[in-house]
Design a protein around this ligand. Structure first.
Ligand code: NI
Length: 253
């Protein structure tokens, strides 16, 4: 039994030697990891990695920062990737990002909605990215609720977490929950029910303490899991068991 990194970017160009990273994950008892696409090429790469390594799974989708690259042809290719590869377990990451604001809000919302519809057709859960767009994200999701999916790298309030959970969603914690000044993520992790919790790294970004500011790796999910378990006052094994169950229910793996 080990933690599952439910959101990593092994497909990121900055990783040169993926084989040795996966090997280190095995050494550090990482049970599985889901490699997340953020545009079409990175989605194709995620599927390649999933088809290469038994413990790697894939999600395919277009991130809001790349919303301008989305069109019918891209959608067709994402759909084909999901239909032709058993290890594609979700559509993601999709959502809204008003911090970087790389595409207009209308474009971001429409690309988000189209990919929620794609996930529905494929009967797959969604992996949701949200930055500085909590209310709009909630409103787009509400048109489709109840949903299966996860709010990734959750950084919002406890109240919003309950609203998303009412829509059927899980809540995932990443490196920031380990930062000393991260009062809100710590509070949310402590309060929300165990059957809605996932952990992740979002690597290569957002390395957890004590690696903050450096390159992040999927096996650092152990540090995230350790912190969340301690916030909940349970053993790491109990959290691993709960996470495994949640991942099985949500992603079918
Ligand atoms: Ni990500």
């Amino acid at each position: 039994m080990g933690f599952i990194d439910t959101h990593c970017h092994l497909n990121d160009e900055s990783y040169e030697d993926v084989a040795s990273i996966v090997e280190e994950c095995r050494n550090q008892n990482i049970e599985k990891m889901i490699c997340i696409g953020f545009d079409l090429p990175s989605s194709i790469r995620a599927v390649e990695l999933a088809n290469t390594y038994d413990i790697v799974y894939a999600a395919v989708g277009v991130h809001p920062d790349d919303a301008d690259s989305y069109n019918d042809e891209v959608e067709k290719q994402l759909e084909a990737l999901a239909l032709n590869n058993k290890k594609v377990v979700a559509i993601g990451e999709i959502g809204l990002d008003y911090y970087w604001d790389k595409a207009s809000h209308d474009t971001q919302k429409s690309v988000f909605a189209k990919q929620i519809e794609l996930a529905r057709r494929l009967n797959l859960p969604i992996i949701i990215h949200n930055r500085d767009a909590f209310m709009d994200t909630y409103e787009v999701l509400n048109e489709y609720a109840p949903l299966r999916g996860v709010m990734h790298c959750y950084s919002g309030s406890l109240e919003m977490a309950y609203n998303y959970m009412k829509q059927g969603l899980h809540i995932s914690f990443a490196g920031p929950v380990t930062f000393k000044n991260a009062k809100t993520p710590k509070e949310v992790a402590k309060e929300i029910p165990l059957d809605r919790i996932l952990v992740e790294t979002d690597c290569p970004y957002l390395a957890p303490h004590p690696h903050r500011g450096k390159v992040n790796y999927p096996y650092f999910v152990n540090l995230v899991g350790k912190e969340v378990a301690s916030l909940k006052g349970i053993s790491e094994e109990e959290l691993m068991e709960a996470e495994s169950r949640n991942v099985r229910e949500l992603f079918g793996i």
